[in-house]
Design a protein around this ligand. Structure first.
Ligand SMILES: Cc1ncc(COP(=O)(O)O)c(C=O)c1O
Length: 373
């Protein structure tokens, strides 16, 4: 089986950490022995070395160039995952007496709203809870608070498989977005955002690092009293090396951004490829005569996480078992909702999606012949 990695013998459809491109894994493997031209292992090189400082600056530059960001934006590589941002954002930008607008569109935005609030006021202006998070709102149907300290939403709900097709919010209120599961997967008008955060382990690297992009005008409003580690301004002053950063993870993000620029040809090309992967799978679901049923409303379907159900829980269990035996790994839905989820992050090839469809077609045929539908 074509694996998408050097030593793995399974295709990785997991919700995350996701598949990484083979050419990048090859470079990573080489660098574990010795970084070319440096002679030290990536696992044991000083974060204060000139080489690593250069990796950080180069990765900042690559992200800026991929997203078309100008000098008003700072790029950070932080620890604590996206979850730490759920708290760091209100701690930094929400003063007592102020409110912030949130959209509750699924499992992960619910978590962002439940983050420790220390008395801060979050205002949920829309919730998809009643429709089991299978759809998203549009700007036209929302009542934004023009006095909010900021507006927060999640661009792609990884668990439910729904993704915004438009940029949400008002231009007059700082716009903050959790892009953990669709960051650098397609073009986006990034300058419309005041803060973007995304952990690496879906589309751009391994776990351990979270990219934060912050506009200078928002940074100026941050609470200056937070301790250094939780303080965006301090982290920026130290170029993400305030304390020992996750050197390895940042290095892999560096390699992925190079791959996106040089091998893929930028975010337009990446978006087209991701779109083809997802459309191929959704088309197959939609022509399966109801055997495979997509969970999300068609208009809000995610290009990253294709979530669907089979006619019964038993069939879903058999499906997962058979898939695993054939090397199709990580297809189980999130533990909170069950079902099946095929995650199609940047590193997963179109060939992998085609292999999945071959299996699904065969599985449907066999089960239908056995009368198990
Ligand atoms: C959209 C989104 N936000 C936040 C998180 C939480 O990320 P972390 O585990 O890095 O804290 C996840 C995890 O999968 C996610 O998909």
């Amino acid at each position: 089986m074509q694996t998408g990695s050097l030593s793995a013998n399974q295709l990785n459809f997991s919700g995350g950490p996701g598949a990484l491109p083979e050419s990048v894994l090859q470079k990573v493997q080489e660098s574990i022995n010795a970084i070319p031209g440096v002679g030290l292992s990536i696992l044991g090189i000083s974060h204060r070395s000139d080489w690593f400082q250069n990796v950080v600056s180069q990765t900042e530059k690559n992200i800026k160039s991929l997203l078309g960001l100008d000098a008003q934006y700072h790029i950070l590589f932080l620890q604590g995952g996206a979850t730490q941002q759920f708290s760091m954002i209100p701690l930094s930008f929400l003063e007592p007496g102020q409110t912030a607008d949130y959209l509750n569109t699924g499992y992960w935005s619910t978590k962002s709203i439940q983050a420790p609030q220390y008395g801060q006021q979050f205002n949920t202006i829309w919730s998809g809870e009643n429709s089991k998070f299978n759809q998203l709102p549009h700007n036209d149907n929302l009542n934004f608070n023009t006095n909010a300290a900021y507006f927060h939403y999640t661009s792609n709900e990884t668990v439910e498989g729904i993704q915004f097709q438009e940029i949400m919010g008002l231009d007059s209120v700082p716009r903050i977005c959790d892009m953990s599961s669709d960051f650098l997967s397609k073009p986006v008008d990034a300058q419309k955002f005041d803060l973007i955060y995304a952990h690496a382990q879906k589309n751009i690297g391994p776990a351990g690092v979270t990219v934060v992009i912050i506009k200078d005008s928002l940074l100026q409003q941050a609470n200056p009293k937070l301790p250094g580690f939780l303080n965006y301004a301090t982290q920026i002053k130290h170029h993400s090396v305030y304390n020992t950063p996750p050197v390895f993870s940042i290095y892999v993000v560096h390699l992925i951004t190079q791959w996106l620029i040089k091998d893929i040809g930028g975010l337009t090309a990446m978006g087209q490829l991701n779109n083809t992967k997802a459309q191929t799978l959704y088309d197959f679901l939609d022509h399966s005569h109801g055997f495979y049923q997509g969970r999300a409303l068609q208009k809000d379907r995610s290009m990253m996480n294709v979530v669907f159900n089979l006619p019964s829980l038993d069939l879903e269990a058999t499906f997962l078992n058979e898939a695993q035996k054939l090397g199709l790994s990580g297809l189980n839905g999130h533990r909170s909702i069950g079902g099946i989820r095929a995650s199609l992050y940047n590193g997963l090839s179109l060939e992998a999606v085609e292999q999945l469809i071959l299996f699904m077609r065969h599985f449907q045929k066999t089960m239908t012949q056995r009368g198990e539908t």
